[in-house]
Design a protein around this ligand. Structure first.
Ligand SMILES: *[C@@H]1O[C@H](CO)[C@@H](O)[C@H](O)[C@H]1NC(C)=O
Ligand SMILES: *[C@@H]1O[C@H](CO)[C@@H](O)[C@H](O)[C@H]1NC(C)=O
Ligand SMILES: *[C@@H]1O[C@H](CO)[C@@H](O)[C@H](O)[C@H]1NC(C)=O
Ligand SMILES: *[C@@H]1O[C@H](CO)[C@@H](O)[C@H](O)[C@H]1NC(C)=O
Ligand SMILES: *[C@@H]1O[C@H](CO)[C@@H](O)[C@H](O)[C@H]1NC(C)=O
Ligand SMILES: *[C@@H]1O[C@H](CO)[C@@H](O)[C@H](O)[C@H]1NC(C)=O
Ligand SMILES: *[C@@H]1O[C@H](CO)[C@@H](O)[C@H](O)[C@H]1NC(C)=O
Length: 801
C-alpha cells in the first residue's frame, strides 16, 4: 500500500523548524463561545440531557421538571407538563429518572383564597407552559407557565436561586409549595420539613433511592424567600389538605408504591413588584449546612450577580478551545461547543458534602457511568480540564480507599451497577499515561486497579469483577459460570471477557510506568485472554443470508465446550426481542452484539486484525458493521468502531465515517442526540470527532482525522501552550475531507496518530486535504501502537485475507 520512496525523498530534505505551509489558515481568533452553547440539545427523544442551570460540575442543578416518560434530566422538551422546579439532577442517564429532589411549585392564587383551594399532589398539579417561552443558557433557565407565572433560575455551587414573577393585579395572591419528592417517587421513611412562622424559611430532608444502584441517600435543603411585600402566612400540607396551624411535618413513605404527598407552603402578600425569590440551599450533611451554603454563596439574593458569576465560570471552562468559524454553518459550532459544555455538567463536585467518610480528599459523584465516560468524556477532560480531572481521579482513589472498590458507576452517594468490566482501571491509566498531575497518589491508584484484577468482591454487581476464579484458571469468563465466591448476574460472559482483557492491559501500562515490570508482563499476558473466546469457524447469517465472514467470538462453557449466541443478537437490527441489559436471562454481550464487540480489542488491534483475516477483510467487516446498521452510534460501544480503520491503514475511511454520523445522527435539535447523552459521553464524542483527534482511551494515542473546522487552537491548561490544527484546502461542504499530507511542527508527519504531548507541548499539525483518499498514514510504521507488535500494527505480520 505504501511507497517508501516517496517518504524518504521528503525526509531527505533538510527542514526548517517551525516551517508552516503558507496556505495554512490562521489560528482562530477569540470570540464569545457561550452564544453557541444550547443546553436544550438532547433534552427530548431520550437524550435525557439536563437542560437547566448549573455551574461546571455543580451540585445545584435547577430546572423545571416534567412528567415525560423520558424525564431523566428533569426538563424534557417534548410537550410534557411541568410538575415543579427542583434543584438536584443528573444528565443524560439511561436508568430511572435520577434525583429531581424537592420541587417548588407556584400558584397565582388558590380558589376562594383558601389554602385548601390549591392543588398539592404532584400527580394532580401538573400544568403546561407557553410554547416558545423556554430560554436555556449556561447558568440560566426560564419559562412561562400556563398560569402566566414567569419562572427563571440560576445557581451557585450548592444553591439554586429561583425567581417567580406573578401576573400583576389584585388576583395575585401567590402561594409556593415545596414537595418532599423526587422525579422517580422513591422517597422512603422519615421525611421531615419545618417552616418558620415569621420568615417562612423551610428546612428539612428525606431519604431516596438512587436511580441505577444500591442503597439510599439523604439530601437536605434550606429554602429562604424574599418578596417586597412580605410573608402572609405559611404551614404544611399532607396529600391534598393544608393548614396554616401546623408548621412541622414528619412523614412516612405511605403505601401503594407512591409516597404520600407532603411538604410545606408559603403565601405572600400581593407582591408590589410581583416577584418572589426562592433561594434553595442544598447539602448532603445537614439542613444547617444547606442554610449556611446558601447564605455564604448567595447572601443578598442577587440574581444578576449569581447569574453573571455562573456565566464567567462557563467562559473560563470553555476558554482552552477555539475553532475557526470561517465558512462553517453555525449549527456545527453549536453542536461542537454544546458537546463540550455537556462534558462538564457531570460528574458533580460534592467535596465537603460527603457524609460517608471523613477525608481531606476531593469527592466527586455522578460518575454515571464510567462504562460510558471512560471512552471519550474523561479523556477529553484530561486535555481540557486536567485540574478537575485530577480531583476526580483523587476522588475515585479515595472512594476505593474508604468503600473498598473503585466504581464502574456511581450516583447519589451510592454504588451504581457494573455493566461490564472495571472501567475505572482505564480512567486511571489514561490519566496516568498522560501525566496530568503530580498530586495523585499513584501507588494507591495502582493498588486500587490491581485489586480489581485480583480480588473478587462478594457483590460484583456493584463493583469489581465476577468470575475471577474461572478467569484465573480457565482464562476466560465461562457462560453459566460456577462462582460461589461472589455474586452478580452471571451473564455477559463475552463482553466481560473482552472488557476484563482490556482493563488488564491498562493496568499493565500503569505497572510499566511505575517500574513494576513483572506485574506488567503478567497483565499484558492476561490482556490476551480475549483470544480464548474467538471461534475460528463461527459464521454469521442474517435473515438466512450468509454474511460471508468466518470467525466470531462465542460463549464457552466451564468444560471448554462452545456455547452459541447468534452474532447478530442484541444488535441494532436484531428483531428477536433479546434481553441484553442486566436481567438474569440476558445475553452474553451487554447492550450490544457479538458483531459489535468483535472490534473491542483496543490494545491489540494488530492481533485482532490478523484474527479477522487481515486488513482488507477487517475493513470489509467494519464497513459491513456500519453499512448494514448493525452498530448504532447512539450507544457507546460504537464510538471506537468509527475510527478503527486507522489500524488497518485506512485513516481516510475513519474521517468519512465521522461525516456519515455527524450531523445525520447528531444535530442541534432537542431531539438531536441518537441516545442517552450518558453524563456527557455523547457530547465528548461530538467534540473530539469534530476537532479531528479521537482518543483510544487508556493509551497515549489520539487518531488523526480531518477536522470539521479550518483551524483549531487548544491551549493546554497545564502548560499554557497552544496546540493548533490547521487544514489546508479546507472545504466547508466536506467533500474534500481526505488528508493528503501532514506536517507536525513543520516537519513531514506520516503517522496517523499523535500522543498527548501534542497538547502539552503546544505542537502544530498542518493537514493538507483533498478529494480522494491518499497514501498518507497508511504504511505499517504510520499506524497506532498495538501490544503484540510492541509498537505499530505490523501489517506484514498478517495475511491480507
Ligand atoms: C398537561 O396538563 C393539562 C392540564 O393541566 C392537560 O389538559 C394536558 O393534557 C396535559 N398535557 C400532557 C401532554 O400531558
Ligand atoms: C386567580 O388567578 C387567575 C390567573 O391565574 C385568575 O384568572 C383568577 O381570577 C384568580 N382568582 C381570584 C379569586 O382572584
Ligand atoms: C445549516 O445547517 C442547518 C441544519 O443542518 C440547515 O438547516 C441550514 O440550511 C444550514 N445553513 C446553511 C447556510 O447551509
Ligand atoms: C459441557 O457443558 C455443556 C453445558 O452444560 C454441555 O452442554 C456439554 O455437553 C458439555 N460438554 C462435554 C464435552 O461434556
Ligand atoms: C495562545 O493563543 C492565544 C490566542 O491566540 C494567545 O492569546 C496566547 O498568547 C497564546 N499563548 C502562547 C503561549 O502562545
Ligand atoms: C479522485 O478519484 C476519482 C475517482 O477515482 C478520479 O476520477 C479523480 O481524478 C480523483 N481526483 C483527484 C484530484 O485525484
Ligand atoms: C513486521 O514484521 C516482519 C515479519 O515479522 C518483520 O520482518 C518487520 O521487521 C516488522 N516491521 C515492523 C515495523 O515492526
Amino acid at each position: 500500500m505504501a511507497s517508501s520512496v516517496f517518504w524518504s525523498f521528503c525526509t531527505a530534505i533538510p527542514l526548517v523548524l517551525g516551517y508552516t505551509d503558507p496556505r495554512a489558515p490562521l489560528i482562530p481568533e477569540d470570540y464569545d463561545v457561550l452564544q453557541y452553547v444550547d443546553p436544550l440539545i438532547g433534552s427530548a427523544n431520550g437524550g435525557n440531557v439536563f437542560a437547566g442551570a448549573s455551574l461546571p460540575y455543580g451540585m445545584a442543578k435547577a430546572v423545571a421538571d416534567t412528567d415525560s416518560v423520558n424525564n431523566q434530566g428533569g426538563f424534557a422538551y417534548d410537550g410534557s407538563n411541568i410538575t415543579g422546579f427542583s434543584s438536584l439532577h443528573d444528565s443524560g442517564t439511561g436508568g430511572q429518572p435520577s434525583l429531581g429532589n424537592f420541587p417548588l411549585f407556584p400558584y397565582v392564587n388558590c380558589t376562594n383564597d383558601d389554602v385548601n383551594g390549591c392543588v398539592y399532589p404532584k400527580i394532580q398539579r401538573q400544568t403546561s407552559y407557553n410554547s416558545g417561552s423556554v430560554i436555556a443558557k449556561p447558568g440560566y433557565f426560564a419559562l412561562t407557565m400556563a398560569s402566566g407565572i414567569r419562572v427563571d433560575m440560576t445557581v451557585s455551587h450548592h444553591t439554586s436561586l429561583f425567581r417567580f414573577r406573578f401576573p400583576a393585579g389584585p388576583e395575585s395572591k401567590p402561594l409556593l409549595l415545596l414537595d418532599l419528592s423526587d422525579l422517580s417517587d422513591t422517597r422512603q421513611d422519615n421525611a421531615a420539613i419545618s417552616v418558620d412562622a415569621d420568615t417562612g424559611q423551610m428546612a428539612g430532608h428525606a431519604r431516596f433511592l438512587p436511580s441505577f444502584g444500591s442503597g439510599s441517600y439523604t439530601p437536605y435543603f434550606c429554602v429562604d424567600f424574599r418578596s417586597a411585600s412580605g410573608v402572609r402566612d405559611n404551614g404544611i400540607f399532607v396529600n391534598s389538605r393544608a393548614s396554616t396551624d401546623v408548621k412541622q411535618l414528619m412523614i412516612s413513605r405511605g403505601i401503594n408504591g407512591y409516597p404520600l404527598p407532603g411538604g410545606a407552603f408559603i403565601r405572600f402578600n400581593s407582591p408590589t413588584d410581583n416577584t418572589v425569590l426562592a433561594r434553595v440551599g442544598l447539602s448532603f450533611i445537614s439542613s444547617e449546612r444547606a442554610c449556611s451554603n446558601a447564605e455564604s454563596e448567595i447572601p443578598n439574593f442577587d440574581f444578576d450577580m449569581t447569574h453573571s458569576a455562573a456565566v464567567d465560570s462557563w467562559k473560563k471552562k470553555l476558554a482552552p478551545i477555539r475553532v475557526s468559524r470561517s465558512g462553517v454553518n453555525s449549527s456545527f459550532l453549536s453542536a461542537f461547543y454544546s458537546g463540550i459544555y455537556r462534558t462538564m455538567i457531570n460528574p458533580q463536585d460534592y467535596t465537603g458534602e460527603n457524609p460517608l467518610w471523613e477525608s481531606t480528599e476531593p469527592y466527586f459523584d455522578s460518575f454515571y457511568c464510567l462504562w460510558d465516560s471512560f471512552r471519550s468524556q474523561l479523556p477529553f477532560l484530561t486535555i481540557f480540564d486536567p485540574a478537575s480531572l485530577t480531583r476526580m481521579i483523587r476522588s475515585l482513589i479515595d472512594t476505593q480507599r474508604h468503600s473498598g472498590w473503585l466504581p464502574d458507576c456511581r450516583m447519589s452517594l451510592c454504588k451504581g451497577y457494573t455493566q461490564g468490566g472495571s472501567n475505572a482501571d482505564v480512567v486511571l491509566a489514561d490519566a496516568y499515561l498522560k501525566g496530568i498531575s503530580d498530586e495523585i497518589d499513584w501507588q494507591a491508584g495502582y493498588s486500587a486497579v490491581q485489586k480489581d484484577a485480583e480480588v473478587e468482591p462478594h457483590d460484583w454487581s456493584n463493583e469489581g469483577r465476577g468470575g475471577l476464579e474461572s478467569w484465573k484458571s480457565l482464562n476466560y469468563i465461562p457462560v453459566e459460570d460456577f462462582d460461589y465466591k461472589g455474586f452478580g448476574t452471571m451473564t455477559r460472559s463475552i463482553s466481560r471477557t473482552l472488557e476484563y482483557s482490556y482493563n488488564d492491559f491498562t493496568i499493565a501500562q500503569m505497572a510499566r510506568g511505575l517500574g513494576k515490570n513483572s506485574d506488567a508482563e503478567k497483565y499484558e499476558a492476561t490482556s490476551g485472554y480475549w483470544k480464548n473466546l474467538f471461534r475460528d469457524d463461527q459464521t454469521s447469517f442474517i435473515d438466512g443470508t450468509d454474511t460471508g465472514f468466518k470467525g466470531f467470538f462465542q460463549p464457552k462453557y466451564l468444560n471448554g465446550t462452545w456455547g452459541y449466541q447468534d452474532p447478530i443478537t442484541c444488535s441494532n437490527i436484531d428483531t428477536s426481542g433479546s434481553v441484553c441489559s442486566l436481567q438474569n436471562n440476558a445475553a452474553e454481550t451487554f447492550e450490544d452484539s457479538i458483531w459489535e464487540y468483535q472490534f473491542f480489542v483496543p490494545h491489540d488491534m494488530a492481533s485482532l486484525i490478523a484474527r479477522l483475516g487481515g486488513p482488507s477483510q477487517f475493513i470489509r467487516r467494519l464497513d459491513y458493521l456500519h453499512d448494514t446498521g448493525i452498530t448504532y452510534i447512539g450507544n457507546e460501544p460504537a464510538f471506537l468502531t468509527v475510527f478503527q480503520y486507522h489500524y488497518a491503514g485506512r485513516p481516510g475511511k475513519s474521517t468519512s465515517r465521522a461525516h456519515f454520523y455527524i450531523p445525520k445522527y447528531f444535530n442541534v435539535d432537542p431531539a438531536g442526540l441518537p441516545g442517552n447523552d450518558d453524563s456527557g459521553a455523547m457530547g465528548s464524542f461530538i467534540a473530539m470527532t469534530m476537532m479531528g483527534l479521537f482518543p483510544n482511551p487508556g493509551q497515549n494515542v489520539y487518531l488523526i482525522l480531518a477536522p470539521f473546522f479550518e483551524s483549531i487552537r487548544i491551549t493546554s491548561p497545564l502548560t499554557g501552550r497552544n496546540a493548533t490544527i490547521r487544514a489546508v484546502n479546507f472545504d466547508p461542504a466536506y467533500n474534500d475531507i481526505y488528508i493528503q499530507s501532514a506536517t507536525l511542527d513543520g516537519k513531514p508527519y506520516t503517522k496517523n496518530w499523535v500522543g498527548h504531548d501534542f497538547f502539552t507541548e503546544g505542537r502544530e499539525l498542518v493537514l493538507v486535504l483533498g478529494k480522494n483518499e491518499s497514501r498518507w498514514g497508511t504504511r505499517q510504521e504510520d499506524l497506532p501502537p498495538s501490544l503484540s507488535t510492541r509498537g505499530t500494527t505490523n501489517i506484514s505480520l498478517v495475511s491480507s485475507g
